[in-house]
Design a protein around this ligand. Structure first.
Ligand SMILES: *[C@@H]1O[C@H](CO)[C@@H](O)[C@H](O)[C@H]1NC(C)=O
Ligand SMILES: *[C@@H]1O[C@H](CO)[C@@H](O)[C@H](O)[C@H]1NC(C)=O
Ligand SMILES: *[C@@H]1O[C@H](CO)[C@@H](O)[C@H](O)[C@H]1NC(C)=O
Ligand SMILES: *[C@@H]1O[C@H](CO)[C@@H](O)[C@H](O)[C@H]1NC(C)=O
Length: 664
């Protein structure tokens, strides 16, 4: 029997990174060739989703559009950004059309709809919801084509620059279920919406993470316990939009200290690393919960969506380097590993993929395999490991910005706001481990308009909780300084922290002979016993600390048995369970296909699976260029921001609180 790990190692060999490869070119070139291809995402980097995930992957396009609007730093940009946040733009586009004649037969949900788009091409979608006899309003979800051009072809909703090429024409005929034709009319700019919004990732948190069956989900509970509100992420984001003080139980910050220049960073990252981060974890939790319930297809779909939300549409097809693109965890992890010397399989390099992403994607693949083989316990362990790994880049980012501010002569609020945001993103986890350490982290990094940050205190508070968070010092690394080719003197990795002094010193000692002999020499020598003993003491203490971390704790987070017996949230609201909107019927529908998957290894299925997909997939031969070129502008800017700014010309931001009341 093949091991799951063997399977996942082979997947990249089988599929490569090519999204435009053989798999799609051999698709039937028959009469349907003018149809836009359906939105099957064939691979998310090395991961092969078994269900449709284009809409989940498109959340990053909303974040990206919000970032662009916020970057205008004016009220119009702010209003536009809020519209995208509230109404969506790229994820799950839906048309609501009116039929000229009332229906004579009812139409059920999920029927294939074919129509003509604004640009004259044929487009495909599905009905949402059942429509009864005599009714005239039909809702159609478009197949979201993000694979070719990186954006949706019908993006209206809250989009300040609507893209309508791929929207249904104002009037015409649609074919439903391949036989019946219906005449319809609607208004393109008024009746195209988005059924997924960034807002709802947080505002639906209670029903989806707290009071569902198998809830409350453990990670979410820590955040709820700390902030005291289910929709803490949305509240924080809304306060940031308005530049006002937060009103939660803990972690409150006065965002009035920041001008739009600082809030721009805070808002876009709050969406990514408070809201989407938690929802990604939620999808993993839901996948395992569905596995426990025996709903394996559903489980795999949630798992697939978690991978999509971790990666984002802009990260899906990238090679080894996602650090210069994207707004989600994939990007965050690859960026931080360069700064902390934690790239590569052994977490000790500054190039290539991050250790975190390599590990996470191994667990994504292994977890999917487990779900497909009804191994819920194993999938639960994959999930726990992914969650653990997903905290590492946030800890790194917190350290990074704390360090930047601590060394700033003049406070740059852009760095301050990011330090605040990243601190918020992990404070609940730190608090769950150690309230005193969380208090230190909070005091140092809460919003303020000074560079008065004690980096050592931040570092110590975080390091105190690594063992509780089940994080190794080597996974966090240290802040690397290219100019000296070593870690910054005050930002060594923990455990190795003394190496630059005592560690190397001791190595030298031991290389020269027994410690005893050397000790004699030292005590009588020029260096002086006190220095040596102090160094030895520090080194021993660090080392013990490290060993303790490596020994203990690992089992606790991977043991989920108690967790799954605890179903406390179920029935709390009278059995209330909001059916998540993210659930679409997985495309892998036929029981035959499931049977294949269940009885074969993942690798064995790959080719078969693709051939099956190809037969129902439409190749778009006349790929239309839909314009919108928004890829490059903000990324290079961000990279500059990430530079260590000791010598940077300082930005004199507007820190006056009064300047920050926005009309919203
Ligand atoms: C649909 O409308 C027709 C004409 O008004 C009516 O006779 C019929 O009962 C209606 N059917 C339903 C199911 O409402
Ligand atoms: C839609 O179908 C009707 C009747 O089947 C036809 O008269 C009409 O021209 C069609 N409209 C378009 C835009 O093709
Ligand atoms: C569609 O809606 C827009 C916005 O409300 C409006 O300006 C436009 O006139 C409408 N177009 C049609 C054809 O009704
Ligand atoms: C990844 O991209 C960034 C930004 O373009 C660059 O600085 C870095 O060197 C790249 N890393 C690798 C391994 O190519």
């Amino acid at each position: 029997m093949k091991s799951p790990l063997l399977g996942l190692l082979l997947i990249p060999v089988c599929t490569g990174h090519s999204n435009h490869g053989e798999g799609t070119t051999m698709i039937n070139n028959d009469k349907k060739s003018t149809r836009r291809r359906r939105n099957l995402v064939e691979s998310i980097r090395t991961y092969i989703p078994r269900s449709e995930v284009a809409d989940a992957a498109a959340v990053d396009l909303d974040v990206h559009a919000i970032k662009n609007e916020l970057g205008k730093l004016d009220d119009e940009g702010w209003t536009n950004a809020m519209a995208i946040y509230h109404q969506g733009a790229f994820s799950k586009p839906i048309a609501t059309v009116t039929l000229i004649k009332p229906l004579q037969d009812s139409i059920s949900s999920g029927k294939t709809v074919v129509g003509i788009a604004m640009d004259g091409s044929e487009i495909v979608g599905e009905t949402i919801g059942n429509v009864g006899v005599n009714e005239t309003i039909i809702r159609i979800v478009y197949d979201n084509d993000i694979t070719e051009t990186g954006h949706t072809h019908c993006s209206v909703g809250g989009n300040p620059s609507p893209i309508v090429d791929g929207c249904l024409q104002f009037e015409g005929n649609i074919t439903i279920d391949d036989d019946q034709s219906f005449q319809y009319t609607y208004n393109v700019s008024e009746s195209n919406h988005n059924d997924h919004t960034l807002l709802e990732l947080s505002t639906h948190a209670k029903s989806r993470m707290w009071s569902c069956s198998h809830c409350p989900f453990r990670t979410f509970s820590k955040y709820y316990n700390y902030f005291g509100e289910f929709d803490y992420a949305d509240r924080i984001i809304q306060d940031a939009f308005r530049g006002q003080e937060m009103e939660l139980d803990n972690g409150n910050m006065d965002l009035g200290y920041y001008s739009k220049y600082g809030l721009k960073e805070f808002i876009s990252k709050a969406i990514s690393y408070l809201s989407i981060w938690m929802y990604t974890i939620r999808q993993l939790e839901q996948a395992v919960a569905d596995c426990e319930k025996g709903e394996f297809l559903q489980a795999v779909h949630f798992w697939d969506e978690a991978v999509a939300m971790y990666t984002g549409s802009r990260g899906m097809n990238e090679g080894d380097n996602s650090s210069n693109n994207g707004d989600l965890m994939l990007h965050q992890a690859d960026l931080r590993c360069q700064e902390f010397n934690t790239c590569g399989a052994s977490s000790d390099s500054r190039t290539g993929q991050s250790y975190v992403n390599l590990q996470v994607f191994a667990h994504f693949a292994d977890g999917q395999y487990s779900l497909l083989h009804n191994r819920c316990e194993q999938a639960a362990q994959n999930k726990q490991e992914i969650i653990r790994l997903m905290t590492i880049p946030l800890v790194q980012a917190t350290l990074r910005y704390a360090h930047i501010i601590a060394h700033e002569t003049y406070f740059n609020e852009k760095h301050g706001s990011q330090a605040s945001l990243y601190a918020l993103s992990i404070l609940p986890l730190v608090h769950d481990c150690s309230p005193p350490d969380a208090a230190v982290l909070y005091q140092e990094l809460k919003s303020k308009n000074t560079a008065d940050v004690n980096f050592g205190a931040v570092q110590q508070a975080l390091e105190n909780t690594y063992s509780c968070l089940n994080i190794q010092c080597s996974e966090i690394g240290g802040i690397w300084d290219e100019t000296i080719g070593d870690y910054k003197y005050d930002a060594y990795p923990c455990g190795a922290a003394a190496q630059g002094t005592a560690g190397n010193f001791l190595d030298a000692v031991l290389a020269q002979g027994t410690a005893g002999n050397f000790l004699d020499a030292v005590l009588g020598g020029a260096i002086g016993g006190l220095v040596f003993l102090t160094a030895l003491g520090v080194w021993t203490w660090r080392r013990n600390k490290l060993l303790k971390k490596e020994d203990g704790e690992y089992s606790s987070s991977t043991s989920t048995s108690n967790y799954w017996q605890d179903d406390a949230g179920d029935g709390k609201e009278g059995g209330f369970r909001d059916e998540p909107k993210y659930v679409d019927t997985p495309k892998m529908e036929t029981s035959q296909k499931l049977q294949d998957v269940l009885t074969h290894s993942v690798v064995g299925d790959q080719e078969e699976e693709h051939e099956d997909e190809n037969s129902t997939n439409w190749q778009d031969e006349e790929e239309v260029d839909f314009g919108e070129e928004s890829e490059s502008e903000s990324s290079s800017e961000e990279d500059n921001d990430e530079e260590f700014p000791e010598d940077e010309a300082t930005y004199s931001g507007n820190h006056k609180r009064s300047s920050n009341s926005y009309e919203v």
